[in-house]
Design a protein around this ligand. Sequence first.
Ligand SMILES: Cc1cc2nc3c(=O)[nH]c(=O)nc-3n(C[C@H](O)[C@H](O)[C@H](O)COP(=O)(O)O)c2cc1C
Length: 242
Amino acid sequence: MNTVALWSLALVSFEHLTYEKWDTFGGWLREARRVMTGSKRVALLFAVAAIVLGIAAFVAMAVKDQSYVPSATYAPVNEPNRKVAVVYYSRSGHSEAVAREIARTFNAPIARISAEYPLDFSGQGKAVSDAADNTLLRIEVEPIDLGPARRVFLVSPTWMFRPATPLWAYVEQTDLTGKEVVLFTTGNSRFEQAEIDAFAKRIEAHGGRLVRHVFLRRGRIYWQMSREELLAAVGEEMKDLR
Ligand SMILES: Cc1cc2nc3c(=O)[nH]c(=O)nc-3n(C[C@H](O)[C@H](O)[C@H](O)COP(=O)(O)O)c2cc1C
């Protein structure tokens, strides 16, 4: 179904709700006002305000996730440190900033994974459904020689509580024999440890070993980390990884 059809369906459903359910909803409100005493009304008002604020924050977040946030470019100075390698996927730029900061710390080679998740609602929807059923799309990876690397940093956003699907796709096509893998994931709120354990198993299946997972919680829209705070958090985590 194309986007126009989906929007039409949404509008028709909304119209249906408006005409047919509005009376019922109004009735509920009138009944609630009749039976509720002063303090209960205040509590209801707070609950409704919290729900509205939550929905507004979610919509704002979804819209914000559609803009790409650039970070300072990075390239190794002179001869790169080939004992370390950084490979990352980033849809809207935050994990890219993190990956570049890690690579800069070690003067390491870096490679970007690309996958077809456009920065719009269709891309978001596809990211959610692929993450939910672990569909691995075709990816493209910038050239990088992992041969001499002892430690590989994998960096990606969190989608549906797990590393984004392009990173899973990367592991499936990569020989990680003898590599220590450090996984950095960025996210707004949380991840699930069971998903990280499953990711570690895929790394093991390809010869590597997940030695550490770092989750960088950027926060929701009303208390989100600034770019500087995000990079400072990377610096903190890197102290004992050097
Ligand atoms: C489809 C989708 C699903 C997401 N799921 C989660 C999640 O489960 N947990 C979380 O903390 N953040 C989640 N987020 C937020 C992203 O992980 C967060 O914005 C991330 O830093 C974006 O990284 P990027 O800019 O490198 O793409 C999700 C974002 C999108 C677009």
